[in-house]
Structures are given as C-alpha cells and as structure tokens.
Design a protein around this ligand. Structure first.
Ligand code: HEM
Length: 423
C-alpha cells in the first residue's frame, strides 16, 4: 500500500517505542537500540527478505545476508569508495554535474515545468557509471522524455513493495508478473541497461583502459562475468534512485525557501571552496544533511535477525530469530530529536546534539551501511555547489506543495516527478 511507515508510526504513538508489527517482527523507535542491532560485533544478520533483491540469479553485495560470502566481493571494490580515490576521480563527477547544470538551465528557459527528478536521476546514473565503470551511461545526453534507465530503476523500486514476502512467493509473483503483465517500456529499459552493462563488462576483460574499473576488479578476484554484470546492475539501480531522489529534494527545498538558498549562495560565493574544503562548509553541510534526512530514499525498516542468545532492549526480551528493526522514517521524524521535524532547517546542523548524529541513519549503519556513501556525498556536495554557483535555482517555483512518497523499501515518488517552474 505504500503506507508502512505512517501505519507503524501510529502504532508507536499508541504502544510506545517497542511495537510488535507481525507474529515474528518487532520495530524499535528508539536510537538507543541502533548500536546493538547494527554496529556492535558486526551487528545482527540481515533478514532473509533481502534475497528478494537478488539480481538475475546472483546475490549482490546488498542482498547477500551471509557476511563471509559478502566480504570477498566487497573487499574487491571497497577502495573505489575511499575518500582518496574519490578525490582523485572528482573531476569525473564534476563533468557529469556540469552536464546536468547545463540541462537544467536549458529546460528552465522553456517556461514549462521541469522534472528535476529526471535530471538528478540521470546525473546519478552517469556519475555512478562514469566513475565506477569508467564508461558513462549517457543519461544526461537523452533529451527527450525520461532517461531510458528509469524503467529499470522503477521496476527495481517496485520490488521493495513486495520486500517482506517469503522468497518462494516473491519468485512466483515476479514470474507471473513478467508472463502476464509484461510492460513494453520496462522491458525496453531493462534490455538497454543489460546491453550497456554486458558491453562494458566484456570490454573490461579486454580493454587496458578499463582494467581498474568495478567489473574488472570483481573478475580479477575470481568472480564470473555473469556475477560482475549483476553487481554492476545493482549499483546502477542503488545509485540512481537514492542520490537522484535526495538531490531532487534538495532542489525542491531550496526553491521553496529562497532565503535559505540566498544564505547558501552567500556562503559558497564567499568561501569559493575547492573539492578538499567543500564538505566542511557548515551551511552547505546542513543543506545536504537536511536533504538526506527528509528525502527518505529508504524510509522503512532495515530488518535484522536476533542472534541465538536473544536480545534485550529496555527490559524487553526478544528471542532468537525475531526480526527486529529501526526505521529511518521513525528516527528522522522524531520531534524529541529533530525539533519540528518536517521543516527543512539546515541551521539545525550547526550544533547537532549527540542524538541527532546517532539517529541519522540515511546511509544505514554498521558493517552493512551504504558501501557508496562517500561517492553519494561527493555527488550531492558537488551538484549543490555548481547549481548554486550558476544560480540555477534563482526564481524557481515549486509546482507541488510537497514531495509525496510511497513508503516502500526504496521509496517511490508519487507520479515520479518533482517539478520546478521558472516563470
Ligand atoms: C544518497 C544516496 C544513498 C542513500 C541514501 C543510500 C542508502 C543506503 C542504505 C540505507 C543502505 C543500507 C540498507 C540496509 O541496511 O538494508 C545502503 C546500502 C547499500 N548501498 Fe546505498 N545509498 C545511497 C547511494 C548509493 C550509491 C550511489 C550506491 C552505488 C553506487 C549504493 C549502493 C549500495 C550498496 C551496494 C549497499 C549494500 C551494502 C551492504 O549491504 O554491504 N548506494 N544504501
């Protein structure tokens, strides 16, 4: 239904921070539980539902629940996400950002509503593919309609709707959906993405220039070309929807609050940051954090399994095998931690409380937190910097009161549009 978070929130209001949401499921709306569930001793294992995000018969770094199976795959690519690698590759991100800024400026001149979500998603796809695969997908070059990879991304987002089904039921649903309700546009998008990835992976085996890319690193560590293709497809999905949604939310909020946009512009123009200082600008950092907090790319439960010895929280014992979770929605919208939580207030991050820092789980937490969080941050900071330097959002008006989402595992923006208008 897409109302999981608000429904669970209502239960928390009635029953308090620990709520049994199903026969074997417990949700905890208290940041004090985060460390034990997600961090200490590697955190509890991911729940079996994650298998519903397997790709083309392969487990991805995201869907693999067994730490020992995930470790060699993650190890093969981890250094690509380090701050030093990203600093060395930041020009690639700026090239993509500059293309997006040009597109937004051109579309703004038409006087028609501009779907910034399409542009930010295109940026996210190009940044992930250009930086990690050394082969840009070219989403920003596609000037008519939605970016061609969107159908694939939307289909994967829709998987989150059925996240909690047992894997056998999920597989049956997926099979029958493909058989009886095949969607031509989604199929065309899948085929285009598959063909892009297959060509890139194939070239990674032969082309010296690509020998350090994500696919080549996996294959050099003994993983098959088939698996490399699946892992790359997973990144294109994970990296497009999330960063795209966050950046579109930031554009929307800055257009809605011109005085905050003016303050941000003043800071960026006065400080003229290079890439080493960019993430230290206090107001810019507040803008990005508020975007991440409010946009809810992953709003719902991050489910884990209670280990054999059980788990006690605030005197409540959860037996082994219980599926326990905290949710970004519940923690990011907690008025005791974030005053007036629905407000976009970058200034709240000037002096964050320890609870604010603890409860900000937009990238998840612990060993299974987002592997690409540094890359996502670089994309967001560079994109906001350039949009502001070029004054692109000046005079932009929001075409909707707020951004409404369906609260699936990966949230879906209703109508798949975040529109701005430059009258
Ligand atoms: C602002 C953007 C992003 C947000 C908010 C975000 C959010 C998250 C969250 C919440 C998780 C943990 C999910 C869980 O515990 O169930 C996660 C994991 C992951 N993300 Fe991201 N993500 C972002 C960008 C990206 C990008 C750009 C990529 C790829 C290029 C990516 C790839 C992954 C992968 C592979 C995992 C699984 C890590 C593991 O389980 O070991 N994400 N992300």
């Amino acid at each position: 239904m897409g109302d999981e978070c608000t429904a669970v929130h209502k239960l928390h209001v009635i029953f308090g921070p620990v709520v049994r949401t199903g026969p074997n499921d417990v949700d905890i709306a208290d940041g004090a539980a985060l460390s034990a569930i997600y961090v200490e001793k590697g955190g509890f294992k991911k729940a079996g539902f994650y298998a519903n995000f397997d790709i083309d018969g392969h487990k991805s770094i995201f869907s693999q629940v067994e730490p020992a199976e995930r470790a060699p795959r993650a190890k093969a690519v981890l250094s690509m996400f380090s701050t030093s690698s990203l600093r060395a590759g930041v020009h690639t991100i700026y090239q993509c950002v500059d293309r997006m800024v040009r597109r937004m400026k051109e579309e703004a001149k038409t006087g028609k509503p501009v779907n910034v979500l399409n542009l930010t998603r295109s940026l996210a796809t190009d940044a992930v593919t250009a930086y990690l695969f050394e082969d840009s997908y070219g989403g920003l070059e596609e000037t008519s309609g939605e970016m061609s990879a969107s159908g694939m991304v939307n289909a994967f987002v829709a998987v989150g709707r059925f996240f909690y089904l047992p894997n056998w039921m999920f597989r049956w649903l997926e099979w029958s959906n493909e058989k009886f309700f095949a969607d031509h546009e989604v199929n065309a998008s899948m085929m285009k993405v598959d063909s892009f990835i297959a060509t890139m992976v194939d070239r990674s085996l032969k082309d010296e220039k690509l020998k350090g890319n994500y696919a080549a690193r996996l294959m050099k560590n003994g993983f098959s070309a088939g698996e490399a293709r699946a892992q790359c497809k997973d990144l294109m999905f994970a990296g497009t929807d999330s960063t795209g949604m966050n950046l579109a939310t930031i554009c929307f909020m800055l257009a809605k609050e011109p005085e905050k946009y003016a303050r941000l512009r003043k800071e960026i123009l006065e400080r003229k940051p290079d890439e080493t200082e960019l993430q230290t600008l206090p107001y810019l950092r507040g803008v990005v954090r508020e975007g991440l907090r409010l946009s809810m790319a992953n709003p719902s439960r991050l489910p884990r399994i209670v280990p054999p010895k059980g788990y006690t929280f605030n005197g409540i014992f959860l037996p082994a095998g219980t599926i326990v979770s905290c949710t970004p929605f519940e923690l990011h919208m907690n008025p005791d931690v974030f005053e007036n939580p629905n407000d976009f207030r970058p200034e709240r991050w000037e002096n964050p409380t320890s609870e604010m820092t603890r409860d900000s789980i937009w990238f998840g937490l612990g060993t299974r937190q987002c592997i690409a969080r540094n890359l996502a941050n670089v994309e967001l900071f560079c994109a906001v910097q350039r949009l502001v330097e070029e004054d692109v959002l000046k005079g932009a008006q929001c075409c909707q009161e707020r951004i409404e989402i369906l609260q699936w595992f990966n949230s879906k923006v209703k109508g798949e549009k975040v529109e701005l208008l430059w009258p």
